[in-house]
Ligand binder design. Structure first.
Ligand SMILES: C[S@@+](CC[C@H](N)C(=O)[O-])C[C@H]1O[C@@H](n2cnc3c(N)ncnc32)[C@H](O)[C@@H]1O
Length: 454
């Protein structure tokens, strides 16, 4: 594409959000091409200079359907490296706000070694700023920024070039003589689909993904393409569909699926870090991880105002049909929890409601064994998955029960029936069953006990 003046570019953007996106895509094509990269980066610098104040940038967003602004990193715990990132947003993708900043704050509360030289996936990367900030600060081997919204992925790539090159289009090298382009990639992906399909094993999985069911379930059955409506693409930032997990009843089905997909692709000592809205209550949030065999550590918690663009009526519906009560607060200072129904009414009457937001860091307690269990359950045993509980107070009990289940899973995986050799079946397997029954259910079996036929 030939080089265009800022004026011509803005004229195209002014037509509609879709036209602005098309114009930005052609800028991305020029950034991707080595021959036009420098000029394209200089063009973006000129564009940014056209809107120097907050008012000008707000006006740019309203009139031209995009905004370029800086996110300041030096206000966060343990800050090092660059003071700020330059980032672009468009109306059809998530615009970084309290959720993102709290999440980044939580990531910063880990020790510095957390991402160094690691393979990291960020689920729901939005405009990509957190993936870029991780790469900038901690020098990971690779960050895969993944998002289901195709437009978010394209804008993330633009943001990567914006920060990998300086305003003259020259590469910015880090302490290891690499640029951000060496460390970060963005891909369109439903949760961890991209990593699963490319056999990528991860050291870290981090994510800040939707935790409220879409109040209009039909909306979620639409095809997700970059030509879908701006409203629909934007709604993916805040809402999810039913996922077929017990946690759906709290709006946490998407996180539950992310965790189960993560068990398959995380390396044994890997860590998952999730941003969790506290609306379902802290107990429910922790349990989602613990019952899948994780140790959980709450790293950071704050209270934030409920986003004004998110309808919580789906939570009110859940309360109508179950004894569960969600946890909201009146304003930021209220300390008595109120349920979703009260919060919804209070919000409709003009009040602002808030909820807790926490960052959880989780690690599998017996990684290889838990992986085996989930690998087995994935193939047709979803029902058992829903009632599986791998949370144990006592490590000694966990050390016995989890390997037993893993062994059972590996036997059943090989043959879906128990391969009893005549006359009494596999002695080793019978031994396992007998000692399990004896220890946990006080049933005095031995491998040779014969059960009476009734
Ligand atoms: C709350 S936003 C967070 C964006 C970004 N991490 C940030 O903090 O600015 C949630 C993101 O999750 C994405 N998302 C929703 N469902 C997804 C899915 N099934 N797989 C991957 N990403 C998804 C949305 O498109 C959105 O960009």
């Amino acid at each position: 594409m030939a080089e265009r003046s800022v004026e011509e570019f803005l004229k195209e953007c002014q037509q509609s959000g879709d036209s602005a996106y098309a114009a930005l895509r052609s800028v991305l094509e020029r950034l991707e091409d080595q021959k036009t990269r420098v000029q394209a980066r200089i063009f973006l610098a000129d564009l940014q200079k056209r809107f120097p104040s907050k008012e000008a940038r707000d006006q740019c967003f309203d009139s031209y359907h995009f905004r370029i602004e800086d996110i300041f990193l030096d206000q966060y715990e343990g800050y090092q490296g660059r003071k700020k990132l330059t980032t672009m947003v468009i109306p059809s993708i998530f615009i970084p706000e309290d959720w993102s900043f709290t999440f980044y704050e939580g990531l910063n509360r880990h020790p510095d070694s957390i991402f160094k030289d690691k393979s990291v996936a960020e689920l729901g990367c939005g405009n990509g700023w957190i993936s870029i900030a991780i790469a900038e600060k901690w020098l990971p081997l690779k960050v895969y920024g993944l998002d289901i919204n195709p437009r978010a992925v394209k804008i993330s790539w633009i943001n990567l070039y914006l920060n990998a090159l300086d305003e003259q289009g020259q590469p910015i090298y880090d302490g290891e003589k690499k640029t951000l382009l060496d460390r970060v990639e963005f891909h369109e992906s439903d949760l961890l689909g991209y990593c699963r399909d490319h056999d990528i094993q991860l050291d870290r999985i981090v994510g800040c993904i939707p935790q409220i069911l879409n109040p209009n379930p039909d909306a979620m059955s639409k095809m997700i393409t970059e030509n879908a409506s701006e409203e629909f693409l934007y709604s993916l930032s805040n809402y999810c569909a039913l996922q077929g997990f017990v946690e759906d009843q709290f709006g946490l089905g998407l996180i539950a699926r992310a965790v189960e997909e993560g068990i398959a692709v995380i390396k044994p000592m890997g860590i998952m870090i999730f941003n969790m809205g506290g609306r379902p209550g802290q107990g429910v949030c922790k349990r989602l991880f613990e019952r899948r065999g994780f140790f959980v550590n709450k790293l950071w918690q704050t209270k934030i105002l409920q986003a004004a663009d998110t309808d919580i009526s789906a939570l009110v519906e859940i309360e109508k049909n179950s004894p569960h009560r969600f946890e909201f607060f009146m304003g930021l200072s209220g300390d008595q929890p109120i349920c979703a129904r009260t919060a919804w009414a209070y919000g409709n009457a003009g009040g602002r409601i808030s909820h807790a937001l926490s960052v959880y860091s989780c690690q599998l307690r017996q990684p290889n064994q838990v992986k085996k269990i989930f690998e087995f359950l994935k193939n047709g045993f979803q029902d058992i998955s829903s009632s599986l509980d791998l949370s144990f107070q006592d490590d000694a009990v966990a050390d016995e029960k989890i390997p037993f289940l893993a062994y059972l899973a590996s036997i059943l995986k090989e043959s879906s029936f128990c391969s009893y050799e005549p006359p009494a079946g596999s002695k080793q397997f019978r031994n396992f069953i007998a000692s399990f029954m004896k220890t946990y259910h006080r049933i005095p079996l031995s491998a040779d006990t014969k059960l009476k036929e009734s």
